[in-house]
Write a protein that binds this ligand. Structure first.
Ligand code: PMP
Length: 396
């Protein structure tokens, strides 16, 4: 990294920026800008259009001069949106939540996690994270100074958790356990319902908070989604993180929500007041009006994603030396290329020279080494082009 000259005062600034510059996202974006022909499978975005109806509603509401939709909203989120979220949760997760007590509308799932971590995690606390897992979560945690422990997702078992190993790692000193299912970066539904029941039982016994990050839950391809919500109806030990970013392809609108015990929600609400004051107002008004009619959109996208994923898995598994488990949810695959190249960074570089940007598995933790994360949320034409380039590069 280029060394910036800085004076004495700037020399006192803790270099959090070094973290983001190490992130593969930044490097990928720079290379993509310089080479527009590269097919980008490295990013974590829903690369399809948001619902047309949602866009129409947002345009109409932002032009509404009478009701002034551009004012700050309450920090907790618009009441009609929280009511719509409670209905959406009932429909998609089969879970009950009180819109006034349990739900906080946030600036994406990222802010929900940020607030929860700020409120709950103190230096020296122990937190348990998945390996491989979403890097930003680890970054958020690390800044609070806890001791970070990991539990492995098992490549040989389609990237699911070994529940016994998680239970063993959950001891009395642990304050927070994070589970992300469907998983970024593996695409696995990492815990089954029996596993969840055992994990929540132990969490209650040992007073551990479980953060269940379910931001990809509307896109699952095999069997029903298994949510943690419902196993702890009073939210004594559970915090749900959800987001509209990926579900409705509105990453830049910055809207998500947290569901937790009223006491925790109140703490996060007070903290949020000084962090973001409120979640973007037009996004809130638009989702309040749109959310009840989202079924057809989600169904269509799910079918498109499943089709992309299945074609891609078949093609990747046909390449000698590549092993690619199917994704059960979300829109990432984490195929294993280690028989061809043990270093995921070296493999990323090789494929970049072949015209495809991917993310190195090692960026998601040691268990991801040897693997690459590939996105399958683009139009099939792009996915096809990328896979053809991978086939060609690895054959040559
Ligand atoms: N959790 C996971 C696992 C994610 O992959 C992401 C986004 N990459 C988020 C939370 C947060 O997304 P957002 O802030 O856009 O809702």
């Amino acid at each position: 990294m280029e060394e910036l000259s800085r004076g004495r005062a700037l020399g006192k600034v803790t270099a959090v920026i070094e973290e983001s510059e190490r992130s593969p996202m930044g490097t990928m974006k720079k290379i993509m800008q310089e080479n527009p022909d590269i097919v980008n499978m490295s990013i974590g975005e829903a690369n399809f259009d948001p619902p047309a109806e949602l866009i129409d509603i947002a345009c109409r509401l932002s032009a509404d001069k009478v009701n002034r939709r551009s004012l700050y909203t309450s920090t907790r989120g618009l009441p009609p949106l929280r009511q719509a979220i409670a209905r959406y949760m009932k429909k998609t997760l089969g879970a009950d939540a009180d819109p006034d007590e349990n739900i906080l509308v946030t600036v994406g799932g990222t802010e929900a996690l940020h607030l929860a971590i700020k409120v709950l995690v103190r230096p020296g606390d122990k937190v348990l994270l998945p390996n491989p897992g979403w890097g930003a979560l680890e970054g958020l945690m690390r800044r609070q100074g806890p001791e970070i422990l990991y539990y492995p997702l098992r490549k040989a078992h389609a990237w699911t958790v070994d529940t016994d190993a998680v239970l063993q790692a959950m001891h009395a000193g642990v304050k927070v356990l994070v589970v992300n299912s469907p998983s970024n970066p593996t695409g696995a539904m990492v815990v089954d319902s029996a596993g969840w029941a055992r994990i929540m039982e132990k969490a209650k016994e040992l007073d551990i908070f479980v953060f269940s990050d379910e931001v990809y839950h509307v896109y699952t391809y095999e069997g029903p989604f298994v949510s943690a919500v419902g196993l702890d109806p009073t939210f004594e030990n559970l915090l749900l993180i959800d987001s509209f970013s990926k579900a409705f392809a509105v990453m830049g609108w910055r809207i998500g929500y947290a569901v937790a015990h009223p006491w925790l929600i109140r703490q996060m609400d007070v903290y949020k007041e000084t962090v973001s004051a409120c979640t973007p107002s037009i996004a809130q008004w638009a989702f309040a009006e749109y959310l009840d009619s989202c079924d057809a959109y989600l169904e269509q996208r799910r079918a498109m994603l499943k089709d992309n994923m299945e074609k891609m898995v078949a093609r990747l598994n046909a390449i000698p030396g590549v092993f690619c488990p199917k994704a059960q949810g979300g829109f990432y695959l984490l195929p294993d290329f280690s028989a061809l190249e043990p270093s995921s960074v070296a493999m990323v570089e090789k494929l970049l020279r072949g015209g495809v940007a991917t993310a190195p598995g090692a960026a998601f933790g040691s268990m991801g080494e040897g693997c690459l994360r590939l996105l399958f949320s683009q139009e099939w034409l792009d996915v096809d082009k990328a896979v053809s380039r991978i086939e060609k590069t690895l054959a040559g």
